[in-house]
Every structure is written in C-alpha cells, then in structure tokens.
Design a protein around this ligand. Structure first.
Ligand code: A2P
Length: 270
C-alpha cells in the first residue's frame, strides 16, 4: 500500500501541469470540436508547437495527450481543435467539457512545426489533413511567417465537406486579423479539398501535388528546394505519403537544431 504521507502533492511539483478553465466550446460535427481555455501568464510557446493537455482524474494519474496550440502566440487565451473518438481514452471524456470545467495544461510546449526549423525561402506550404490544420492556425497568424515568405499556402484536405469548416473560418478571419490581415490579404492562400464528397477541389493532397493541379490553381511553379519550404501535419499515413512526395521534389528535412526545407508532425489521434 502506498504511504500517503510520502506522496508529494501535485502543487508541490514545479513541473506538474497547471489547472486551467474552459472558456468556450464549439462543436463542428459529431467528430470535431474546438475549445478555448485560460492561459497562464508565464505560458510561452512558438507558433506551431504542441503541449500536453488532459483532464483531472479522481483516481490515478491524469491522462494527457499532445495537442497543437491553435491560437496565435500573442493571444491571451489558448485554443485547441480536437477530434472526438467515441472510445478514445481522453477524447471520449474531453468532448463533454463545458465552460467552467477544468483542463490540465503541461508547462512546456515543444514541436518541430516551427519557423525556426526552416531555412529562408520564397513560399511556405502548410499541408494538412483533418485536425492536422491546428498548428497552422497559429503559424498563419504569426507576423514572422509573413516576414519570412512571399506566399503562404495552407492546404487542408478532409474526407467530408463539413470537416473543412474550421479551416475555412480561419482563412476568412485571417484577412481581418489586426496584426497580419494586411499581409495575409496579399500573401495568404487557403486551398481546401475533399476526398469523399463532391467539392470544387477533390482529391488527396499527394495527388494534387503530383498532378500539378495545386500549383496550377494557385499560380506557383512545382515544388522546388530553391524556393519552397514545407510543413506537414496529419495522420501517420498522410505524413509518410506527403513526405515521400516532398522528398522526391528534392526538399530535405529540417529540425530545431538543424533547419532545413521541410518539417513534419503527427496530428493528435485519440
Ligand atoms: P481519403 O478519404 O482518400 O482516405 P483521415 O480522417 O483518415 O485522417 O483522413 C483525412 C484526409 O486525409 C482524408 O481526406 C484522407 O483521404 C486523407 N489521407 C489519408 N491518408 C492519406 C495519405 N496516405 N496521403 C494523403 N492523404 C491521405
């Protein structure tokens, strides 16, 4: 039996997650929702990073999962975009949160989908599927993104039309953003496609790249390492496929310690 007297209370651990309050929740479909929580004054992150979040547990260790921060770095609150997995250990409970509920937020964000991991270039492509759009919600509102690149392209591919709504909302809002709106109106391109329902653009991003449709539609040359930088976020299968296409174009992977032409990160799944 555990000796309660020797168990360190959570508050005494300086690395323990902080308890934050849910401010708002919005459900898009029966599989997708976003929510906003309070942000501790000392919580700092770089656009594109993820952090562990979870729910307090009555018994046992709290269950934490990696979530990309979907709000810009200057925002006073933190936004997250999540899938709902009916029997997912965390999301089956997380999807029921309401304003006023408590969320655990780890103290240290991290990740590779950051501008620091890319060398300078002309165009930035952010290739996303499903909830993989979340980190780019942050990157696309970062003034540095528009300082570094002449063209900023977010592609978002989902199975169904309704699943594109969050990305469409972001693309509309960035044009009126107080900080980057003017530059976004000039440089930002949102390119949405659907794979399992009729939609103006149909098909996987890999096919749209390989067939050249993406580049034709946005008026850019095919991917090339001299000008293009890429960030990729989606399922494991999507990452592998897009990585192969990007590497075939000659781009080399970068990291925080050794910046390169492209970076990848797996979207949160369960
Ligand atoms: P598809 O409908 O053809 O499977 P998921 O919900 O499975 O993560 O998929 C989100 C989107 O990513 C879907 O449009 C899906 O297309 C697409 N996708 C899935 N696997 C890949 C892959 N290996 N390469 C490119 N796109 C993919």
């Amino acid at each position: 039996m555990q000796d309660q007297a020797t168990t360190k209370p959570a508050e005494a651990n300086p690395n323990a997650p902080t308890q934050e309050t849910v401010l708002s929740v919005h459900h898009y479909t029966d599989r997708l929702f976003k929510f906003r929580i309070t942000r501790p004054a000392r919580f700092r992150f770089r656009s594109g990073e993820f952090v562990m979040i979870g729910l307090p547990q009555e018994n046992g260790r709290p269950l934490l999962r990696a979530y990309s921060v979907a709000s810009p770095a200057w925002d006073e609150t933190l936004e997250f975009y999540s899938i709902k997995v009916p029997d997912g250990p965390l999301t089956s409970r997380l999807q029921k949160i309401e304003p006023g509920d408590k969320i655990l937020l780890a103290r240290k964000p991290t990740g590779t989908l950051v501008l620091d991991a890319l060398t300078p270039g002309k165009r930035l492509y952010m290739f996303s599927t499903g909830t993989g759009v979340a980190p780019f919600a942050s990157v696309m509102r970062d003034p540095e993104t528009y300082e570094m690149f002449e063209k900023v392209v977010l592609t978002h591919t989902c199975r169904l039309k309704a699943e594109l709504e969050y990305g469409l909302e972001l693309a509309r809002d960035v044009l009126d953003d107080p900080l980057v709106g003017e530059e976004a109106r000039e440089k930002f391109v949102h390119y949405a496609s659907c794979t399992r329902e009729p939609y103006p653009v149909q098909g996987r991003i890999t096919t749209l790249i390989e067939h050249g449709k993406l580049f034709k539609d946005i008026g850019a040359p095919p991917l090339n390492p001299a000008e293009d930088r890429v960030m990729i976020c989606g399922s494991m299968a999507m990452l592998q496929s897009v990585k192969a296409v990007v590497e075939a174009a000659g781009l080399k992977e970068g990291s925080n310690s050794s910046p390169g032409d492209y970076v990848i990160e797996r979207a949160f799944v369960g």
